[in-house]
Design a protein around this ligand. Sequence first.
Ligand code: COA
Length: 119
Amino acid sequence: MQEVGVDIVDIARFAKAMERESFLQKFFHPEEIAYARASAHPEQHLAARFAAREAVRKVLYSQLSSLDWKDSWIVNEADGKPVLRFSRDLLQKVRIRHSSVSLSHSGDYAVAVVLIEVR
Ligand SMILES: CC(C)(COP(=O)(O)OP(=O)(O)OC[C@H]1O[C@@H](n2cnc3c(N)ncnc32)[C@H](O)[C@@H]1OP(=O)(O)O)[C@@H](O)C(=O)NCCC(=O)NCCS
């Protein structure tokens, strides 16, 4: 089975939420926080990653009874290309054969599209 998920996040609203450190710790992997903080506009990168989380939820929701916010996260390859990573816990529950993610942020919004193939 192969499915696509998409989500869009309002960056300004998101930036307010991320003022709380507890919010960042709850939703993001340390690698994502470090990547965002190294840039001039951390909020746009984290908003896109939040959108990716929601997109993953859309795809995997039907397969799982529970999904932790930190069961998936994004790392960037040397050329900037984002790649999805999944927790061991999630991979024990769902057999993910292939995944792909694309992010964009411009002005007020950040979007993510995720494709996941499950065996
Ligand atoms: C990828 C690219 C099209 C981004 O376009 P953009 O309109 O400036 O920015 P967008 O907001 O639409 O997209 C940004 C996202 O593109 C993604 N991206 C960056 N490089 C990418 C690549 N090589 N392949 C796929 N996606 C890429 C990232 O996820 C980035 O968001 P993030 O930094 O939060 O992870 C542009 O940067 C590009 O042409 N890059 C080519 C590779 C390159 O020049 N790399 C430089 C470092 S070696």
